[in-house]
Design a protein around this ligand. Sequence first.
Ligand SMILES: [Zn+2]
Ligand SMILES: [Zn+2]
Length: 174
Amino acid sequence: MRRLPTSPGLDERGLQRALERLREVVRARGLKNSSVREIIARAALTYEGHFSIDDLVRGLRGDALVDAHPATVYRVLPLLVEAGLIEATLVSSKAGSRYERCFEREHHDHLVCTKCGTVVEFCFEAIEVLQRDLAERFGFELTGHVHELFGTCRPCKQSDKASGGATHGRAPSR
Ligand SMILES: [Zn+2]
Ligand SMILES: [Zn+2]
């Protein structure tokens, strides 16, 4: 079992590979290349951690090209998913689903604290093997899975004990 470090975001060369992949999908769809789309792709690919669409819109605020059109961000994200650059994550979280970069990043699953929102990203090969084994037994060919565990992280548990219920003051990290 390994805990993954926080995603640092893609470097410039990785970004170029990702944008090339996006351009292929755009071409195959018969769409035109657009610099606004690529600005949004860059923002998504360099975002550290998990983000909601609103997080991304907020991060792009001040960019003259994108500023006026948050709707554009909503339109572009499915294309980034289709190109395999980002994927939906934390889909069963009460706070609403998030996105994260999956391009050139290894598969991982999530532990989520329901009190403060802390997310631990882990890769547990034993669980991966069991899931593949289980699917095989039912004659399923797996195309993907979402594995999310909910609970209370250690600091929340400790401050619960200390104060009899209140959460600790740490801001949620995503
Ligand atoms: Zn997994
Ligand atoms: Zn993640």
